[in-house]
Design a protein around this ligand. Structure first.
Ligand code: FMN
Length: 154
């Protein structure tokens, strides 16, 4: 049987969301879970990655009350290419921000509704400096998503 597949797509300028993304990736690569993982910066990910995967984890800062331009660019470049071919794929979010994050979350959710993705976990929102506890939660997110895909829960 072929392994399930997980795509992690993130953007980070200052490094916080990268740190969170790396924690998510560590969790997804847990040795007891057998899932293929692609770990990509938003500018490097494309429609083929969305068609390839069984589930998606997206991470971004909030900029000007919205997602980063890089993540928006990923959506802009992939929507028509995958429309109707990714319905129901599970997704989850992590958002590392300065003081809010709700704008990014709500706009990403609207877009993901357009893709017909299915949100399977509440977003991880980190406002300000990221703590070890929050990084552990990111790791849990990666592991939970990978395990959920592997076991067929999602
Ligand atoms: C141009 C710009 C706009 C920003 N706008 C917001 C915002 O609307 N809300 C917020 O909570 N943080 C805002 N921030 C702060 C970033 O979300 C925050 O610094 C985040 O941790 C950056 O993540 P990174 O280190 O992964 O790049 C903004 C930062 C920049 C550079």
């Amino acid at each position: 049987m072929t392994s399930k597949r997980l795509l992690i797509v993130y953007h980070s300028k200052g490094g916080k969301n990268k740190k969170m993304a790396e924690a998510v990736y560590r969790g997804a690569m847990h040795p007891e879970v057998d899932v293929e993982v692609r770990f990509l910066r938003a500018f490097d990910a494309d429609a083929d990655d969305l068609l390839w995967t069984d589930g998606v984890i997206l991470g971004t800062p909030e900029n000007f009350g919205y997602m980063s331009g890089a993540l928006k660019d990923f959506f802009d470049r992939t929507f028509y290419e995958v429309e109707g071919q990714v319905d129901g794929k599970p997704y989850a979010l992590f958002i590392g921000t300065g003081n809010d994050g709700q704008g990014a979350i709500s706009h990403i959710r609207r877009i993901c509704t357009g893709y017909k993705f299915r949100e399977v976990q509440e977003p991880i929102l980190v406002v300000g400096d990221v703590t070890d506890e929050q990084l552990a939660a990111c790791e849990e997110l990666g592991l939970g998503m990978a395990a959920g895909l592997e076991s067929g829960i999602f």
